[in-house]
Design a binder for this molecule. Structure first.
Ligand code: ATP
Length: 296
């Protein structure tokens, strides 16, 4: 549905994208992951025809990016793009108008879109009276109102409380159920893990790893993570090294990468003689994979 071929982009002397290539299949949720400044927004702006690439090409449904392909895309930007004094309905009408939606079906489409994001009851409320979660849903509605085939969500849940975040997750799942293709960026790796069928990890302007969670798991030499709490860290690390385990610090947590899963009692016996406060086995999560693949 979307093909990105060898994009390169510099701002002045600073090269941000380097032969960036990836594709998104129709109907999937694809997560573009990367640290601050990795080039995600730059990539999105090129896809949306808001920024010209220096080299390479973006194809949407096999057409080069143009004013025509812009209509196939809906974008919900990182910061809400809403008129605070206008109502939800007025905001959607305004944006639908820009996309040239036919006047006679406009009202119906606006109502349907408000219903899809669960804001029909607030149709007449000015944006400035809405909660942060409602504003975020309206911002996504703006991306949906012209019935795009590809929806781009830039950090869709940043800054939201847990319940509002779950509502947005549900909304994203509904988009997929309707056959809409979704490209999303997020710094929340549990969000990507739960929602995205495939993910691409962007580093230094290139995709350094791509695939489903199961495919990404095969890229690192660990099948299980063991987090150990102990005052005797040096002894624990020395012991783990003897068994061939690499160690990492995840924040303050000392963790060992196990190449094969082991029974808990077996792991406990391997640390015998060391004062251990707790040992916890964890599956390999996207967070672990991401750190392995992005850290120098
Ligand atoms: P974030 O997660 O913080 O949104 P990002 O992955 O979206 O980051 P971009 O916004 O694409 O990253 O920015 C990539 C790099 O390009 C950053 O170092 C940024 O400072 C720089 N940059 C972005 N836009 C411009 C611009 N208009 N002029 C100069 N430099 C820019």
């Amino acid at each position: 549905m979307l093909k990105i071929n060898n994009l390169s982009k510099s701002y002045g002397k600073k090269q941000v994208l380097r032969n960036l290539s990836f594709h998104i299949n129709a109907g999937e949720i694809y997560g573009l992951l990367g640290a601050n400044g990795a080039g995600k927004t730059t990539t999105i702006n090129i896809i949306c025809n808001l920024l010209k690439t220096d080299e390479g090409e973006v194809r949407i449904n096999n057409q080069s990016v143009s004013a025509a392909t812009q209509k196939l895309i809906g974008i919900a930007t990182q910061d809400n793009l809403l008129y605070e004094t206008l109502s939800c309905e007025e905001n959607l009408k305004f944006f639908a108008d820009i996309y040239g939606f036919e006047q006679k079906s406009l009202q119906k489409q606006v109502r349907e879109t408000l219903a899809a994001v669960n804001l029909l009851d607030s149709a007449k409320s000015p944006v400035e009276t809405l909660s942060g979660g409602m504003k975020r849903r309206l911002n996504i509605a703006v991306a949906l109102v012209h019935k795009p085939q590809l929806v781009i969500l830039d950090e869709p849940t940043t800054g939201l409380d847990v319940e509002s975040k779950y509502e947005i997750w549900e909304l994203i799942r509904q988009l997929k159920n309707q056959g809409i293709t979704v490209l999303m960026t997020t710094h929340l790796l549990d969000e990507a893990e739960r929602l995205c069928q495939r993910m691409g990890i962007l580093k230094n302007g290139q995709i350094v790893a791509e695939g489903s969670l199961a495919q990404l798991r095969t890229l690192i030499p660990a099948q299980e993570i063991v987090v150990v709490q102990t005052q005797e860290t040096e002894q624990a690390i020395a012991r783990a090294t003897k068994y061939g385990y690499n160690y990492r610090y995840y924040g303050h947590d000392l963790a060992f990468l196990l190449p094969e899963p082991l029974e808990l009692k077996e792991i406990i016996s391997q640390f015998e003689g060391i004062a251990i406060d707790s040992i916890a086995r964890q599956p390999v999560r996207l967070e672990h994979i991401y750190l392995e693949l992005t850290q120098p």
